[in-house]
Design a binder for this molecule. Structure first.
Ligand code: KIV
Ligand code: NA
Length: 276
């Protein structure tokens, strides 16, 4: 059963941690669904971990539609949140609505995530009024890396923590049903968690949030270059994949692959292309 926004609300009330993992394609999404994660995020981290960009800035609505469709096909029974990418919810409410409509209708996202505060909450409210469940994203917001002068921990000073708390309350007031909090000191996240009634999902936000989100490629060590302090890499799939690729190459060069069992012969009966 696909969870609903009220399920996440109940999980906060009953203190059941909410597990969110990113996905960008059908096989990854299927594995997440089989692992019974509570919700999948089609993050615009897509740009960095899958598309090879230096930041999330080049990611477009088309990219997000394309990958959300694939995720949806791989995980039909999991609640899917999709990121609205860089500069697609700022110019006008009309543009925000047009992008959101594509992400919800064409690709089957269950909710959209918007980074930032201030004017962004006007767009949040308009989306919620139109029936779009919205996740707010505060703290480190990778789409504003240019303005921020790099990826930095947010909410270190008392003033920044106060602002963060105000923003979190505004996000709730604008109608967001969930808040992602990225790279803030644990004590700041704890205050936010206790001050708003919507669930707070942390990434690099410590132990006291209502849930945790990590990037699929970071959890699995899937060609993750450097891993941040807040990441726990549970396995390193790059190593066995690299070994397999090298072995394939060596066996082809040495004439070992394909072997007799991989070959078709004219007199074969009932040849099975797939299966055992
Ligand atoms: O794009 C993403 O993967 C995200 C998470 C890190 C929260 O926004
Ligand atoms: Na993102």
């Amino acid at each position: 059963m696909v969870k609903t926004t009220s399920d996440f609300q109940k999980m906060k009330s009953s203190r059941e941690p909410i597990v969110m993992v990113t996905s960008y394609d059908a096989p990854g999404a299927s594995l997440c669904e089989e692992a019974e994660v509570d919700t999948i995020l089609v993050g615009d981290s897509l740009g960095m971990v899958v598309l090879g960009y230096e930041s999330t800035v080049p990611v477009t609505i088309d990219d997000m539609v394309h990958h959300t469709k694939a995720v949806k096909r791989g995980a039909r029974n999991t609640f899917i949140v999709t990121d609205m990418p860089f500069m697609t919810y700022h110019a006008s409410l009309q543009e925000t609505m047009a992008g959101a409509r594509r992400l919800m209708q064409e690709s089957g996202a269950d909710a959209l995530k918007l980074e930032g505060s201030g004017e962004v909450f006007v767009h949040t409210k308009a989306l919620v009024d139109a029936g779009v469940p919205v996740v707010s994203h505060l703290g480190l917001t990778p789409q504003t890396v240019g303005v921020d002068g790099g990826y930095k921990v947010k909410g270190k000073s008392a003033a920044e923590q106060e602002q963060l708390l105000k923003d979190a309350k505004q996000a709730e007031k604008a109608g967001a049903f969930m808040l992602v909090l990225e790279c803030v000191p644990e004590e700041a996240a704890k205050k936010v968690q206790a001050s708003i009634s919507i669930p707070v999902i942390g990434i690099g936000a410590g132990r006291y949030t209502d849930g945790q989100v990590l990037v699929y490629h970071d959890i699995t060590g899937y060609y993750a270059g450097h891993t941040a302090k807040f990441v726990k890499q549970y396995t390193n799939i790059s190593e066995p994949v690299q070994r397999a690729l090298k072995e394939f190459k060596q066996e082809v060069k040495a004439g070992i692959f394909p072997a007799e069992e991989h070959v078709f012969q004219p007199l074969d009966k009932h040849v099975k292309l797939y299966g055992d």
